[in-house]
Design a protein around this ligand. Structure first.
Ligand SMILES: O=C1O[C@H]([C@@H](O)CO)C(O)=C1O
Length: 551
């Protein structure tokens, strides 16, 4: 702790580049000519300054620092229409914020579907000098997971807002550190009972896998984050156990698994001991869960040095658990508990907001997602500025609903599928304790209920519990875990289930809370929380230079 906190300065240009993430060339949103964007590595307490220049020709841009709470700098949260105006082509915006907590994070675009276009990268925060992590490791590995489509996000966005909607479908490939193989497999061949051909990659290609090099008989900390647009993933390493020690920048009670589910917006650290036969290399695989998979597994190798990295493992890649084996998913998710000594939740709450997640129709056929029957459509003036300066007519002053009708049957498609759009905010009392019950339901089609990972900006929340069917306060509240619930910034709702969260609204600003599936947010699946905005000072002019605050 003796070392003074540093200011870490980065100069980034965002621009489209030709890139072949999965061996097929596309146009990808890159940073400084790179995809994924550069990795940021810094120490807790450091101030990060990113001087971001928009080199796109015709689009605005913003970047969200996922998992960083932005204490005192809500204008740097990087959410278009919420915390700031999009940065125009040719303009430079200075993100300046403090890293409040060590952990595994990432950053990504938060305007339209720019995250899906490739605007993302890793953000790793180390503990302070002289501080200790509650576990030991000899080396570190990093995996940023994403999914990839060959159709541009512009094409996807038009499809989503057409009548009838054209759904984006399943990804063409899964990427690990921005690398995947579309038309071939690095395992390949009959030996691996896969009908795809073996890739002929020299290693220098943009789509060549990033090999994880390790030494035998060491402990590695593998940092994993998922910035997928859609896919829920399962990751496994052939023959190796993984001990989960961190989730979303918070330490958890260590537990060992053979495979791990990771939903979009989540991050984990796992410890891997390289105690297997040192003469072999081992597969690292990721596969799709929660949706009928149409995408081949993503693969890379755990290379035990000094073996050649081109030596293929003796056994085939780990098989991803069945996509709809939710028992398996729930067993993993509910095993995540806070490490002893972690901050505990308040034992009572001031306000409970129940959020019903539904798929709906609007204006005679367009498809939307709605929360308590309101589908979020963001205003042209960012909330932070319009609330701070008390501007009228910037957004709807109608308070969004605190819950949904008692007789709503979450097991059936909506009786009346019609919804409306809205942009009202939930105004939270500063420093109050807020419970959110996320309630899943049946989608538009019979017997369909999807997974939705919900991400909260500006805070971590405690996950107090998960359950099936409709949340019943009398019955279910008693089962809340107030002893060691995990602190997280993203939590999933399972099909037809509910998830209970608690957080303290102690961070003045305006914060998005939304499904982290990119097309779902695009279709309105989110809400906005505002708290203590009068205490927010020093909003840079540039963050306000649009809409009503621009005048
Ligand atoms: O939002 C979605 O739309 C499709 C489907 O419901 C209609 O095509 C799907 O799988 C989603 O997640």
């Amino acid at each position: 702790a003796a070392e003074a906190a540093k200011v870490r300065h980065f100069k980034w240009d965002v621009e489209y580049v030709f890139w072949s993430p999965d061996c097929q060339e596309n146009v990808v949103m890159g940073i400084n000519g790179q995809f994924p964007g550069p990795k940021i590595r810094a120490t807790v307490g450091d101030t990060v300054v990113v001087e971001l220049t928009n080199k796109l020709h015709t689009e605005g841009v913003v970047i969200h620092w996922h998992g960083i709470r932005q204490l005192g700098t809500p204008w740097a949260d990087g959410t278009a229409s919420i915390s700031q105006c999009a940065i125009n082509p040719g303009e430079t915006f200075y993100y300046r914020f403090k890293l409040d907590k060590a952990g595994t994070y990432f950053y990504h675009g938060h305007y339209g579907m720019q995250r899906s276009a490739g605007l993302h990268g890793s953000l790793i925060v180390d503990v302070g000098e002289g501080e200790k992590e509650p576990f030991h490791y000899d080396g570190e590995l990093n995996l940023l997971l994403s999914d990839w489509w060959h159709e541009s996000v512009h094409h996807q966005e038009v499809g989503l807002s057409s009548n009838p909607m054209r759904w984006i479908g399943e990804p063409q490939s899964l990427l690990m550190n921005g690398r995947g193989q579309y038309n071939c497999s690095i395992a390949g061949g009959a030996h691996y009972s896969s009908n795809s051909t073996k890739c002929s990659l020299g290693g220098g290609e943009q789509c060549a896998p990033k090999i994880l090099h390790v030494l035998p008989n060491k402990i590695y900390r593998l940092r994993i984050a998922s910035t997928t647009a859609l896919a829920s993933l399962n990751l496994a390493i052939g023959n190796h156990k993984m001990v989960v020690v961190e989730a979303d920048g918070n330490y958890v009670q260590p537990f060992a698994v053979d495979d791990l589910d990771i939903y979009s917006g989540e991050s984990y650290s796992v410890l891997v001991t390289t105690n297997q036969n040192p003469r072999n290399n081992y597969w690292v695989s990721v596969g799709v869960r929660g949706r009928e998979p149409k995408t081949p597994q993503g693969l890379t190798l755990l290379n035990y040095k000094p073996n050649s990295a081109s030596k293929l493992p003796t056994s085939p890649p780990p098989v991803t658990p069945l996509w709809n084996n939710y028992t398996h998913s729930k067993s993993f998710t509910t095993s995540i508990l806070a490490l002893m000594g972690s901050p505990k939740p308040p034992t009572t709450f001031h306000r409970r907001i129940t959020l019903l997640n539904t798929q709906n129709k609007i204006n005679g056929g367009y498809t939307k997602w709605a929360i308590n029957n309101v589908s979020l459509s963001l205003p042209s003036t960012p909330y932070l500025g319009s609330i701070k300066y008390g501007l009228k007519n910037a957004f709807s002053t109608v308070n969004p609903p605190e819950g949904f009708p008692n007789d709503y049957d979450v097991m059936k498609p909506p009786v009346n599928p019609n919804t409306t759009t809205g942009n009202g905010v939930y105004t939270l009392t500063l420093n109050s304790t807020v419970d959110v019950i996320l309630q899943n339901a049946n989608a538009l089609s019979e017997n369909v209920s999807e997974i939705h990972p919900w991400h909260l900006h500006g805070h971590d929340f405690w996950v107090l519990g998960y359950g099936d069917g409709k949340f019943d306060p009398k019955r279910d509240e008693k089962k809340f875990n107030l002893k060691n619930p995990p602190l997280r910034n993203t939590a999933v709702i399972f099909p037809y289930g509910w998830t209970a969260l608690r957080f303290v609204a102690d961070n003045p600003g305006v914060w998005a809370f939304h499904c982290h599936i990119e097309p779902h947010l695009h279709m309105g699946m989110g809400v906005v929380f505002a708290q203590g905005v009068q205490h927010v000072n020093n909003i840079p002019k540039q963050a306000l230079a649009c809409g009503l605050t621009g005048n």
